[in-house]
Structures are given as C-alpha cells and as structure tokens.
Design a protein around this ligand. Structure first.
Ligand SMILES: NC(=O)c1ccc[n+]([C@@H]2O[C@H](COP(=O)([O-])OP(=O)(O)OC[C@H]3O[C@@H](n4cnc5c(N)ncnc54)[C@H](O)[C@@H]3O)[C@@H](O)[C@H]2O)c1
Length: 450
C-alpha cells in the first residue's frame, strides 16, 4: 500500500550528558526496501498487530518473541498462511527478548506484553537502537516514566505509545473541529475507560473470554496478569484510551501541560460480586480483597486553564463507553448521546445529532483510508496507529505520540494512586519535557499522510 520505502537508520547510541536535548537524533540515511520489525509479545494484542503488519508490503516480520509457545505457534501459522518467510523465534525465558533486540538488522520493535514489562523492554529496545512502539499504558511508576524519557533523550531512539483511540473516526473528526475552532476556546473535557472487564479479568484459564472466576496462574491472557493490579493497586491503571485523544486536542507537551491531579476511588464490590455469582461464595477467590475501587475519578488541571475529568470503571456491569466530552466557549460534543451543540448553529438549547457534524468534519485520513481500515480491528483505528508507527519508523522521525506523551499519560497511574492514598490530596505532574512544552509545536494532525 505504500510506495515510499525510505528508511533512515538511526545508529545513535550517544553518551551521557545529552539528556537536555529532547528529540536528539544522529542519523545517516540508508534506503531500505522494507522495514524489518520484531514483535515482543504475541498474545491477543500482539497477534492483532501482526495481522495488520502482514497486510502491508513495506514490512518484514523478522522475529517474534513470546514466552507462551502456543502464542508463537499461532503467530507462525499466520506468517506461513500469508506466505511470508519464517520469522526468527524467541521466548525461551522472560529475558530472551534481549536476544531479539541484539539482531542488528531489526529496525523497529512493537511491545505488546503485560504492563510490568513495558518500560523495561522499551528502554532495552531504545538502547539497542530500535524504533520502539509500546502498547498502553507505557509505564507504571513515575520512575519508569522518567526512564522512558531519559532513555529516548540519551539514545536518540524514538518511542511511540501505540494509543489507537487517538485514531478513532469520531475522535479525529472532533479533533478537526477543535483545530477549526468550532468549539471556541477549549475549557473542559471528560474521558475515561468505562468497559465491563469482569469477563476478561476473570476467566476459566482455557480461553480469554471463557466463563470462570480464575486469575493469576489459573487464568489466561489478561486474567493472568492484569487482575493482580486490581488486587494490589487503588489507581487508574488504564488512563490512556481516554486521555490520549484529549491530550492531543489540548496540545499537552506542545504549548500546554498537565499541572496537577486529584483522584478519588469508590469501594470495590464488582469483582467480588462477580466471583460469588459465577463461582459461588466458597470459591477461594471470593476471599480476595480487591484494592482497586470500582470507579476511580481523577480531575486534572492544565497550564492553559482547562480541566479534564478521567474515569476508570471496569468492574461493574455497563455498556462500553469512553465517555468523551469536549467543551469550549462555543459549544460541546458528548459521545454518550451522540450529540453536539454549537451556539449560533444549533437550535437554541437543543442538541444536534453528532453524526452530521462528524461527517462534515470527517478527517482526511479517514476519508482516504477509511474503507481499507475497517477490517483492521477496533473499527479501523488499529490500522491507523500501526500505519503512523511504520511510516514514522521508516523515516526515523519523531512519532505523533512520542516518549513525552507516553510518560505524561502513563503518569496518571502513580499520581492517582498517591492522591487516593492521601484522601484526594493534589499531586503534581513532573514536567517530562523539562520546560520545552512552552516552545514545542503541535504535530500536524491534519495532514493526509498519517
Ligand atoms: N490498544 C488496545 O486497544 C489494546 C487492546 C488490548 C490490549 N492492549 C494492551 O496490549 C498489551 C498486551 O495485552 P494482551 O491483551 O495481548 O495480553 P495477553 O496476555 O493476551 O498477551 C501478552 C503476551 O505477552 C507474553 N509475555 C509475557 N511476558 C513476556 C516476556 N517477558 N517475554 C515475551 N513475552 C511475554 C505472554 O505470554 C502473552 O502472550 C497490554 O499492555 C494491554 O493493555 C491494548
């Protein structure tokens, strides 16, 4: 699908002392026919990425790594069925990914492993000179957030957080409206991750959505690792699907920044009730005390005077919604209810159906690739996020969602945890750009390329 096959190989592993030079790259140009990609983690998400990559003619899957041999078999079959050459296989232990990273010809890697591996693997990948894509969230602690930024600055290797919701059709249409000032001056946002994950966090250990109430060693896929976060952490552990799109709309790290946050958590009843209902009150997991409140609400203040309310709501019965609201001095969009009101354009005090507005402001990317993207997963947005990653990697340029975004958005987790622990005490965002947010220019989101 792509005729441009230029890749500028980044060879920079530079020494200490350059940490104050964000986006430092030291590169020379080598034209490459295809981008050589390694995949670390081919569980459900990594396999999704693999499928999308196999549809492209500008990518070679050079190596895959997973500690689960069943997942490797599935990935190998996909590669074989598409008549691609065999990939090198890694995964004999948890650190075998480092042997994948040691392959010099690999240009870029995509990390789709459990959260606790993300920063460690991303740091190693950047140190190995790879153009690095990491699944969401990127980091679990403030220290890890800094590790991502520092390593990017010290090595010159780029990091992209693979936040697919930034590429959702309605999100990009609303971003288009924001850029054209339809909402006026931006004032307030709402967003979150509101998704009933009880059947994902708990399963039968045989299939990811299998009925059952097991997790940890007896669970499979995300139940094997994600649920333990609900046992141990009272925090918004998955902020980026909601926050990523909002951060781009209000130019976070590029003329604006998140200043502070306060968070509150409800009690935790959802997972316990689900275990009792589906496994019985005598099931051993019915004794587990989950720390993570069912609904976690954080309010963020920005340097430019906006507020953002972020919700994490994954353990109660509810239909899926990321709960977006984008509000300015001229009007607002609310995803729930599919409605828009623009003063002077809408009938006074009456909502318009959002559809007409969203069609009118449909993003050039979706107009161009929408039909092709539809089958790519999550309604098409997975195509666009991978496309942006591959195209940026081929040129070795700063990706649209970079190391500073990865750190800033992921910081919600430890900051919300600290605020909840301290009865809603405000927590302050580190300035991961070290003051450069004032002069950094927004990425050109309105271009047609990616
Ligand atoms: N952007 C999205 O829409 C989206 C959707 C689903 C998942 N995700 C994210 O993708 C990531 C993976 O989620 P998933 O649903 O695929 O989980 P999963 O459990 O299905 O897959 C994770 C895979 O990583 C492998 N793994 C674990 N440790 C490893 C190691 N040290 N070396 C190599 N492989 C290792 C596991 O064996 C497993 O196959 C998570 O960060 C999740 O939050 C994002």
């Amino acid at each position: 699908m792509n005729s441009r096959r230029t890749f500028i190989k980044n060879t920079a592993i530079v020494g200490a002392g350059l940490s104050v030079l964000p986006n430092f790259t030291y590169s020379f140009s080598i034209k490459k026919e295809k981008l050589k990609v390694g995949l670390i983690g081919v569980g459900l998400r990594g396999t999704n990425h693999l499928t999308n990559l196999l549809n492209r003619d500008d990518v070679v899957i050079t190596a895959i790594c997973d500690i689960d041999s069943n997942r490797i078999k599935i990935a190998e079959k996909l590669i074989h069925d598409q008549k691609y050459p065999k990939a090198k296989i890694f995964g004999k232990d948890e650190y075998d990914y480092r042997n994948l990273l040691a392959i010099p010809e690999i240009d870029a890697v995509i990390i789709s492993t459990p959260w606790l591996w993300h920063t460690r693997m991303a740091v190693d990948a950047m140190k190995a000179g790879k153009y690095t894509g990491v699944e969401v969230s990127a980091a679990n602690t403030i220290e890890e957030c800094w590790d991502l930024v520092n390593t990017h600055e010290q090595t010159g290797s780029h990091l992209m957080i693979l936040e697919n919701v930034n590429y959702r059709r309605d999100i990009l249409a609303v971003l288009n409206m924001v850029k054209q000032n339809v909402f006026g001056e931006l004032i307030h946002f709402r967003c979150g991750y509101q998704h009933d994950l009880r059947g994902v966090l708990l399963n039968d250990g045989k299939s990811a959505y299998g009925k059952g109430v097991e997790f940890g060693k007896k669970g499979i896929s995300e139940a094997a690792w994600r649920t333990q976060h609900s046992v141990l952490r009272n925090a918004d552990v998955y902020p980026t699907h909601g926050l990523g799109p909002i951060a781009v709309m209000c130019d976070i790290n590029r003329g604006n920044r998140f200043l502070s946050l306060t968070s509150h958590a409800t009690k935790a009843s959802g997972l316990h009730n689900y275990i009792v209902e589906h496994g019985g009150k005598d099931h051993p997991n019915a004794k587990i005390k989950f720390r993570m409140g069912d609904v976690i609400t954080s309010t963020i203040e920005t340097a430019n005077g906006e507020t953002v309310i972020v919700t994490h709501d994954t353990t109660l019965p509810r239909p899926y919604s990321l709960g977006f609201r984008v509000q300015g001095t001229q009007g607002l969009w609310e995803v729930d209810g599919n409605r828009i009101y623009i003063e002077g354009k809408s009938d006074a005090h009456k909502w318009d159906k959002a559809d007409e507005w969203l069609q009118k402001y449909d993003h050039p990317l979706w107009k161009k690739y929408g039909e092709y993207a539809q089958g790519a997963g999550h309604g098409g947005m997975d195509f666009f996020v991978i496309n942006a990653f591959i195209e940026s990697a081929k040129e070795n340029i700063t990706p649209p969602l970079d190391a500073y975004d990865a750190a800033t958005w992921s910081a919600i987790t430890p900051l919300s945890e600290a605020s909840i622990e301290n009865n809603g005490e405000p927590q302050y965002f580190p300035d991961f750009t070290r003051g450069n947010w004032i002069k950094r220019k927004p990425y050109n989101w309105m271009k047609e390329a990616y």
